[in-house]
Write a protein that binds this ligand. Structure first.
Ligand SMILES: [Zn+2]
Length: 241
């Protein structure tokens, strides 16, 4: 990815976007959005970074580990560490038999009417949603300079393949035809992206090909963040103003 400087003013920069506490006097971390653990190595350079409090930063790490490991198992069709394509998932499964057992329990095998064996996985959706919302908040803040301090009005997480054709089209497309109906503020990173096409394909910013992409758009007077993990898990998070 390319580094994009931001020129919006310094307002709101002094709060943690997750717990809304003032960062003055708190230990802070530069948190990558998306979280580094969701990506594969070698990771892209110049990942977006948001300063948040250290406590929040630490509080997400187990949920992030669960999310990336769960998706890796679904894609591999197995909880066997040897069969994972994602190295950190393989390590997490090898190191924690509790995590492996937990994901294994969420797997059901059934026979279709045609006699084929199919697998269904039932994720711990709360954990995955926490990771999705955390990253959505980071994307909104990084691209638009807008801290989303309230809980989102709407969260949806589902596999891309579970969407109908028209749903998929709506999810992949931008809300307006061509240019967005409402342009982001001058000086925001999203405005720079729209002007230069930096890492942008349609309304999507590709962080790592086939691994992570996101889109931030204004919808009505709210903001909507969509993400796709491993071209498998789609998420849509919306805030109303
Ligand atoms: Zn915090």
């Amino acid at each position: 990815m390319q580094r994009i400087e931001e020129f919006v003013d310094e307002r709101q920069k002094s709060w943690c976007i997750h717990c809304v506490r003032s960062l003055a006097g708190l230990k802070t971390n530069d948190d990558h959005v998306p979280s580094k653990s969701l990506l594969t190595k070698p990771r892209p350079h110049h990942l977006p970074v948001v300063t948040i409090c250290r406590e929040c930063n630490t509080s997400f790490s187990l949920d992030e580990q669960y999310t990336v490991t769960f998706i890796s198992c679904v894609l591999a069709g197995s909880t066997d560490p040897e069969r994972q394509l994602n190295a950190s998932a393989a390590r997490a499964l090898a190191d924690s038999s509790a995590l492996r057992a937990r994901i294994e329990q969420s797997r059901t095998e059934y026979r279709t009417i045609g006699g084929e064996m199919r697998l269904v996985w039932q994720p711990d959706i709360d954990r995955i949603q926490r990771v999705v919302v955390k990253n959505a908040r980071g994307h909104a803040y990084f691209e638009y300079g807008e801290p989303m301090l309230d809980p989102p009005a709407h969260i949806r997480v589902l596999p891309l393949e579970a969407m109908s054709g028209s749903e998929r089209q709506r999810f992949e497309g931008s809300h307006g035809e061509g240019s967005p109906a409402v342009w982001p503020e001058v000086g925001s990173r999203m405005m720079t992206r729209l002007a230069t096409g930096e890492d942008l394909s349609g309304s999507w910013v590709t962080v790592q090909d086939g691994i992570y992409r996101y889109s931030v758009q204004t919808v009505g007077d709210g903001l909507q963040v969509r993400t796709v993990l491993y071209e498998y898990l789609a998420a849509e998070v919306q805030w109303e103003h």
